[in-house]
Design a protein around this ligand. Structure first.
Ligand code: NAD
Ligand code: UDP
Length: 321
């Protein structure tokens, strides 16, 4: 029997690499494409000998060519952490816009179904809580985070246009803060930042007074939600995230407890436009996909901490910022 083929852009990144694992387990042939701008080949090196796995080192903001059939395309290429997209703002805008356009064109040419990775950032600093898909959001287009948020909003608009005008089968997932093994220890996101600080014996840096909230979803739950959405027949955006909301101060306290560090929690200035609260309304995912998160934060954090502890010492001290 001929296996179905799936293209995963951003395949060497955190979420993309877990998607590669999942689709191989499901019996697909997987083509991963990544230019390694924020990704790492170590996330997929265990797949290089797999007979159903191919890797292309390519920037998807330039023309994308993949020989052969494709059943599905998952567009996950994009810097995702605030310090990444502040460092490479133009590439971030390009991959969300030009990259998305290229992949929608490829989906049309191959008659493939495409799922694009959108984000809770389309809601900006939300004035509605929790955030449901009908909320239009509160984004500052010219603020520092605008390069990411607006690229993703454009991505959604372009995806809906291909759906409506070209009859391409499209899916849009709005991903809320997701964590787990293979996050980059130095990517600046709060979980690797706190665990890295604890492991290096540094104080944990809470931005602002720590009263802002986030809701953290474990990677396995996220991948399951994405998989179910792709296989569904629902073309409008769907939130996938864990509604278990926590303040960043309480989160720092949890990491202190988890790691047993004797370091202090200290406050640093709050970055501009940092959203004050974030929690997904997951009613749609529940009713349409029969999905809800299964992994508690305490379980997920334990697994993630073990992963970070197992990394070589030099990774712990590699700083890009
Ligand atoms: P990541 O940085 O680990 O992965 C992104 C991957 O995309 C990297 O491997 C990077 O090298 C690659 N990439 C970036 N630009 C590219 C380009 N022009 N061409 C080819 N490859 C390119 O980040 P992640 O957390 O795995 O995020 C993956 C996707 O999920 C992103 O689209 C992101 O916006 C979305 N997302 C993630 C989260 C989260 O909490 N992790 C939340 C919301 C949305
Ligand atoms: N944050 C923090 N200390 C850090 C890194 C982040 O207090 O060292 C805060 C950040 O200001 C934000 C929250 O943690 O309020 C989540 O930040 P992250 O960059 O992980 O994701 P996002 O803001 O995109 O949700």
């Amino acid at each position: 029997m001929v296996k179905e083929r799936v293209l995963i852009t951003g395949g060497a990144g955190f979420i993309g690499s877990h998607l590669c694992d999942r689709f191989l387990r499901e019996g697909f042939q997987v083509v991963a494409m990544d230019n390694l701008i924020t990704g790492d080949l170590r996330n997929i090196e265990h797949l290089f000998k797999h007979p159903d796995f191919e890797f292309y080192n390519h920037d998807v903001s330039t023309f994308v060519h993949v020989p052969g059939d494709l059943k599905y395309i998952l567009h996950f290429a994009s810097p995702a952490s605030p310090i990444d997209y502040l460092k490479i703002p133009i590439q971030t805008l390009k991959v969300g816009s030009l990259g998305t356009h290229n992949l929608l064109g490829l989906a049309r040419a191959k008659r493939a179904r495409i799922l694009v990775a959108s984000t809770s950032e389309v809601y900006g600093d939300p004035l509605v809580h929790p955030q449901m898909e009908e909320y239009y959001g509160n984004v500052n287009p010219i603020g520092p985070r605008g390069v990411y948020d607006e690229a993703k909003r454009f991505q959604e608009a372009m995806t809906m246009a291909y759906h409506t005008y070209h009859n391409v089968e499209t899916r849009i997932v709005r991903i809320f803060n997701t964590y787990g093994p293979r996050m980059r220890l130095n990517d600046g996101r709060v979980l690797p930042a706190f665990i890295g600080q604890a492991l290096r014996g540094e104080d944990l840096t809470v931005f602002g007074d720590g009263s802002q909230t986030r809701s953290f979803c474990y990677i396995d739950d996220q991948v399951e939600g994405i998989f179910r959405l792709l296989m569904s027949d629902y073309a409008l955006p769907v939130n996938i995230g864990n509604p278990d909301e926590i303040t960043i101060w309480e989160f720092a306290e949890e990491i202190v407890k988890l790691t047993g560090t004797s370091q202090k929690i200290i406050c640093k200035p709050l970055p501009k436009d940092d959203p004050k609260q974030r929690r997904p309304d997951i009613s749609k995912a529940k009713s349409l996909l029969g999905w809800e998160p299964k992994v508690s934060r305490s379980e997920g954090l334990k697994i993630t901490y073990e992963y970070f502890k197992s990394l070589p010492q030099d990774v712990l001290y590699t700083r890009e910022h």
